[in-house]
Design a protein around this ligand. Structure first.
Ligand code: HAM
Length: 415
């Protein structure tokens, strides 16, 4: 039997209905913040992802040659594609641009619970500005989305990668080592980070100061201990967030982020119920457009790991109820089947989701099927009632029945 490829999933109808429902909640929240949806191709020139991250990224993504010998890659994320799109055709639009997207990403990772090779991100990018209001807007949107989905236990941590970058630059850490150290700090692998730093000639005192910064966690008062311009910026950001009623975010200067395009504020959300793969959202401010042939433009964005946040909601016991069709039309005998077909068409024309027995089942079996597919009502079409232009409507949950005239049938579904 052929299975779907490792790290990918099929979504059956119940799951798909659930996913679409929550996706649309996220779309609506993004729209209330003035963001507009966009879509980019699933595959891109591989160079788009290599330019910033270097050729090693090719080991982590699905890169391939097409029949025209072009180097392509399935997108591992959407920030680079969205910035490419901005440089290609949107750079003259009024700023800031507020864009959101929902789509699948592909990473060649070792699959486990909450980590897939094909997964979905719901993300937003605010392009064209670099100030605390922009960062606050992105964080507030992410928090509103998490809340709108009904997730109860989550943690938002906000950091500033500029502080660490500055310290490492002042300590004269060679550029090629910088990303390596940041990645170790992101994974809290302090011993490895120390080895790289001391072999680059950086003294124990400086290393301690760097590690102390990554340990700076708490309310905005912890910023008093940091002597960097970025600390004042972060205070301003926290004040704006408070004004926007985002009060459940904490400062954590140890937030480093795995991707290497961030320059300033960085943030992450995690759901403790998820264990190892608990990060449900990540983002920050960056500048990428100049790498893709555009002018330098500052942006802020984030992406929610849609699969992970759904898992977290499930772990919290959130239940999604699938909805069956509104009406299931059951002809009582073969000689009313044509009439039943007319009735189901009439209901559908009025926007009522309606199904009909097309298996030529006997009435009792058809009713059983209506119940199995979760229909709200059965519309029973019998010869005697038809002579009076009527049908019987049965409420499938209570079993109550009533006779309804055909010309008022669609209105009886309350739509
Ligand atoms: P990221 O942190 O790499 O950031 O991914 C965002 C989210 O996608 C993660 O927090 C996680 O929930 C989810 N995710 C990542 N990898 C997997 C996986 N293998 N399986 C399931 N879920 C996964 C970005 O991608 C940035 N583009 C975010 C951003 C937008 N920054 C600025 N703008």
């Amino acid at each position: 039997m052929i299975q779907c490829p490792r790290g990918t999933r099929d979504f059956l109808p119940d799951e798909m209905e659930r996913r679409r429902y929550y996706e649309n909640i996220l779309r609506n929240v993004a729209r209330t913040f003035g963001f507009r949806e966009i879509a980019t191709p699933i595959f891109e020139e591989a160079e788009l992802f290599v330019t910033k991250s270097g050729p090693n990224i090719l080991n982590e993504i699905y890169a391939f040659k097409d029949k025209g010998d072009r180097d392509l890659a399935l997108r591992p994320e959407l920030t680079a594609p969205v910035v490419r799109m901005f440089v290609n055709g949107m750079s003259n639009e009024p700023r800031p641009l507020k864009l959101f997207y929902f789509g699948q990403c592909f990473r060649y990772e070792r699959p486990q619970s909450g980590r897939y090779r094909e997964f979905f991100q719901f993300g937003a990018e605010l392009i064209g500005n670099a100030n605390a209001e922009t960062d606050a807007e992105a964080i507030a949107l992410a928090v509103s989305m998490i809340k709108a989905l009904g997730l109860k236990k989550y943690k938002i941590r906000i950091g500033h990668i500029g502080i660490l970058r500055n310290m490492l630059a002042c300590a004269e850490l060679p550029q090629e080592k910088l990303q390596e150290v940041l990645q170790k700090l992101d994974k809290k692998m302090y011993d490895d980070a120390e080895t790289i730093l001391s072999s680059a000639g950086i003294g124990a005192d400086t290393i301690k100061k760097i590690f102390d910064v990554t340990d700076t966690v708490g309310g905005k008062e912890v910023l008093d201990m940091v002597t960097d311009d970025a600390a004042a910026y972060m205070k301003e950001l926290m004040e704006i967030l408070e004004a926007m009623d985002v009060t459940d975010a904490e400062i954590d200067l140890g937030v480093v982020r795995g991707l290497d395009y961030y320059t300033g504020m960085v943030f992450e959300a995690e759901a403790p119920s998820l264990g190892a793969e608990k990060q449900i959202c990540g983002g920050g401010s960056y500048s990428l457009s100049e790498l893709f042939g555009g002018e330098k433009v500052f942006s802020t964005g984030f992406a929610i790991g849609f699969d992970r946040i759904l898992l977290a909601m499930e772990k919290e016991g959130q239940i999604f109820e699938n909805k069956g069709v509104d009406a299931y039309v059951v002809p009582v005998s073969d000689d009313v089947r044509l009439e039943a077909s007319k009735i189901v068409s009439m209901l559908r024309d009025h926007g009522i989701s309606a199904d009909i027995d097309i298996m030529r089942r006997k009435m009792a079996k058809a009713m059983k099927h209506a119940s199995a597919v979760g229909a709200r009502y059965a519309v029973i079409v019998g010869k005697n009632e038809l002579e009076d232009d009527s049908v019987t409507v049965r409420d499938m949950s209570s079993g109550d029945q009533r006779t309804v005239k055909l010309d008022g049938l669609y209105a009886s579904f309350g739509k």
